[in-house]
Design a protein around this ligand. Structure first.
Ligand code: FAD
Length: 705
């Protein structure tokens, strides 16, 4: 075809919102930057509004990329949630306070920061890790997508073809509702599709240079109106709610005492409102403006109308916004839907709002969207790099579809309670019970933190036979009994089971929590999670117990020999670092002054594992790794981490925990069962001969950020 350029890439990402940027970052961190493309139909002129709430799990993930601290510092932390309802006299009164984040659940608490700043952090990280080779290509519109079914199973093939067109500046600039104040529709997932006419149904349009991109994998992160989803033939299932919501981001003038706290306000007759205190003195107001069937059109809504409703809800307190103090606003109707399939032939995937939409009130969309691609992208990278076979890819849909469904159930319950009118008294059956609302908030809090995620049994997750599958129903984690896993990849071998590790607080399927430990070599206290960074490696955390005990010492010798002679050589190319596929971190219960680092097996502090530090002349220095042996001990300045107690592991024998590259626990066994590691990894790690060398190999960190 005239003037069409053909090009090839390993992964094409469509859409540069939180889901797409997480995917691009994950690939860049794993050295794939130069063979990845990320396109977005929009230019980057407007960077405002939208999501702002970051839950604990998202912060943990961002931290694992070295981005957490900076975002945390910029954000506004929300500490207390306050409830306001009509009293017996109908007047608004404060009826409750709850911690915004369940205490002790994570080292981070929920915070708010503008979505644009989170995206900026990703953009910087992508540029750094790809050495400038990967950046968002804006104003590019995909127009056709085809999959060559003959090439689906060939790991080296590029079976997906996407034709794209460069948009004009005008086409790439989204339109807004009003003129002066930035507002919702330009990037809101809840607004109508704003794709240039003639292009949304795949009909090629004339203008702009065109390109045919051949990709091994495509990830559609193109939001609620996902074009990729339509090309895949995936459908959204669920309902549209009937409430119109308005959002104002402003610096308010008010005598309401709780304006710098998160508040849920239910007024007697004027509707409900959520207050979210934000960074830089801003406050976000989520306001129920009207019901759709009352003849109000969403496009007729103005910020003045939203403010008027807000004033009525918060009365008798006053609320005003000074000239120039309204930063952003939007109005939207909520759809609560999930896509019926998340992948096509495990070559084209959708993630984020492309596969689930719901209300923004519980602050879940951006978080869940990032976590979708956090789940998917390491799997794609492992396949592209020849570390794992394609059979790991179906676990994406299996794991994330459940989360999407849980999210809709949660949102349904939370929104109904939030939007309803408060019950006047106990006999008012049509009204919403305020104690029920507070209870739902409390129960939903663990879910909302992102920490209740519990992945099902699969070839990646070895649960004891008969283990309950925990999921969320109406915001409450409930046991579902055993869920029949997919035929493919189910580990039926009961000997590979968590039972043999005895009672611990480590849960297979959930994220591995952190605890303070001390680095034996440097005596510096660290959170163990600081060393479980997102770089694509599998990790084994080895709790060796107290090696002054002969049994523990003996077990350690055997485990170390097994690592050095069997496990690592089986999966790691000879010319790569000893720990490049599987890294072992040891946590010892032996007081650090009672022994030397050299008392630990050499395979646990591999001198064959070298940190590659390029010198100015481009050669590499070689040095042993001093950051592999950690001790659960007293520190001089930061107390005792009591890691063994926190994880519930015994000090008189060893315990082995296998952690996926995304931080979820895969396998938990007694150390004496170490031979199970080979069986476990053998199911999804390929022999070293299959590995594909990429130009940019991983750079390891010597100290955590
Ligand atoms: P998006 O952010 O929608 O990004 C999609 C990207 O794809 C866009 O850049 C778009 O230009 C591009 N694109 C679309 N179609 C195409 C195409 N055909 N070709 C190329 N590119 C395309 N979530 C939270 O977690 N916490 C909150 O507090 C929160 N508050 C919210 C408040 C509001 C008012 C709104 C509207 C949403 C809120 N959300 C919140 C939800 C959150 O914004 C979304 O869930 C999140 O942005 C989804 O990320 P995404 O990457 O999947 O999609």
């Amino acid at each position: 075809v005239n003037g069409i350029k053909d090009s090839y890439c390993d992964v094409l990402i469509i859409g540069a919102g939180p889901a797409g940027l997480m995917a691009a970052n994950w690939l860049a961190v794993q050295g794939l930057g130069p063979s990845v493309r990320i396109i977005d139909k929009r230019n980057d002129k407007i960077f405002n509004g939208q999501a702002d709430g970051l839950q604990c799990r998202s912060l943990e993930i961002l931290h694992s990329f070295g981005l957490g601290e900076d975002i945390w510092r910029q954000s506004n932390r929300m500490i207390e949630m306050r409830f306001w309802n009509p009293g017996p006299d109908g007047k608004l009164q404060r009826t409750g306070r709850k911690p915004d984040t369940i205490p002790g659940i994570s080292r981070w608490q929920q915070c708010v920061l503008h979505q644009g700043r989170i995206e900026k952090a990703f953009l910087d990280s992508i540029a750094k890790h790809s050495r400038g080779k990967l950046s968002v290509e804006r104003g590019i519109l995909p127009e056709t997508l085809a999959v060559d079914e003959a090439g689906i199973d060939d790991a080296k093939a590029y079976p997906v073809t996407v034709e794209v067109r460069k948009l004009s500046e005008e086409e790439a600039t989204p339109t807004q509702m009003g003129k002066s104040v930035p507002n919702g529709p330009f990037r809101s997932s809840l607004a109508p599709d704003d794709t240039p006419a003639g292009a949304s149904n795949g009909a090629p349009s004339a203008s702009g240079p065109r390109e045919r991109i051949h990709a091994k994998y495509v990830i559609g992160c193109d939001g609620a109106h996902s074009w990729t989803r339509r090309q895949m033939g995936s459908k959204m299932e669920g309902d549209q709610t009937s409430f119109i919501w308005g959002v104002l981001d402003a610096i308010p003038i008010t005598d309401f005492p709780d304006v710098r706290n998160r508040c849920a306000i239910h007024s007697a007759e004027s509707g409900s409102m959520m207050i979210i205190p934000r960074e830089d003195g801003l406050v976000r107001f989520y306001i129920q403006v009207s019901e759709l069937n009352k003849g109000v059109d969403r496009y007729s809504i103005t910020p003045e109308m939203i403010l008027k409703t807000a004033k009525a809800i918060i009365a008798p307190y006053t609320l005003d916004i000074g000239e120039g103090d309204l930063d952003w606003w939007t109005a939207y109707v909520i759809g609560q839907r999930t896509a019926d399939k998340f992948s096509l032939h495990d070559r084209v995937f959708i993630a984020g709002d492309a596969c689930h939409t719901h209300s923004p009130k519980a602050g879940q969309g951006m978080n869940t969207s990032m976590q979708d691609t956090y789940n998917l992208t390491w799997k794609i990278a492992s396949v592209v790099k020849g570390i794992s076979p394609r059979s790991i890819l179906p676990t994406y849909e299996m794991e994330r579809k459940q989360i999407a469904q849980d999210l809709i159930t949660f949102d349904h319950k939370f929104s109904r309670l939030f939007s309803g009118k408060p019950a006047k008294d106990e006999a008012d059956a049509a009204g919403i019970s305020m104690s029920e609302f507070q209870k739902a908030f409390e129960q939903g809090n663990r879910f909302a933190s992102g920490l209740s995620v519990d992945y099902q049994r699969s070839l990646l997750t070895v649960k004891p036979k008969g283990a309950p599958q925990s999921t969320v129903e109406g915001g409450t984690a409930v046991a579902h009994g055993e869920v029949a896993g997919p035929a493919e990849g189910v580990v039926s071998d009961a000997s590979l089971s968590a039972e043999s590790a005895g009672e611990t607080r480590i849960e297979v399927g959930k994220r591995f929590n952190t605890a303070q430990v001390i680095c034996h070599a440097t005596v510096l206290p660290y959170e163990l999670a600081d060393w479980i960074v997102s770089d694509g490696r599998w990790r084994v955390v080895y709790f060796c117990g107290d090696i002054r005990d002969a049994a523990c010492k003996n077990e350690m010798q055997q485990f170390g020999d097994y690592l050095a002679s069997r496990l690592v050589p089986r999966f790691t190319p000879q010319d790569q670092d000893f720990d490049s596929v599987i890294e072992v971190l040891t946590v010892s219960a032996t007081p650090r002054v009672e022994n030397e680092m050299q008392d630990y097996h050499p395979a646990l502090r591999p001198s064959t594992s070298h940190h590659h530090r390029p010198t100015p002349d481009g050669s590499y220095n070689v040095s042993p790794d001093y950051h592999k042996i950690f001790v659960d001990d007293e520190t001089y300045h930061q107390g005792h981490g009591r890691a063994y107690e926190k994880y519930g592991v015994r000090t008189d024998r060893g315990t082995v925990v296998v952690i996926r590259p995304d931080g979820y626990v895969s396998l938990l066994v007694e150390a004496k069962e170490y031979a199970q590691l080979g069986d476990f990894f053998g199911k999804f790690l390929l022999p070293p001969g299959e590995h594909v060398t990429h130009q940019h190999t991983r750079k390891k960190r010597t100290t955590p950020k």
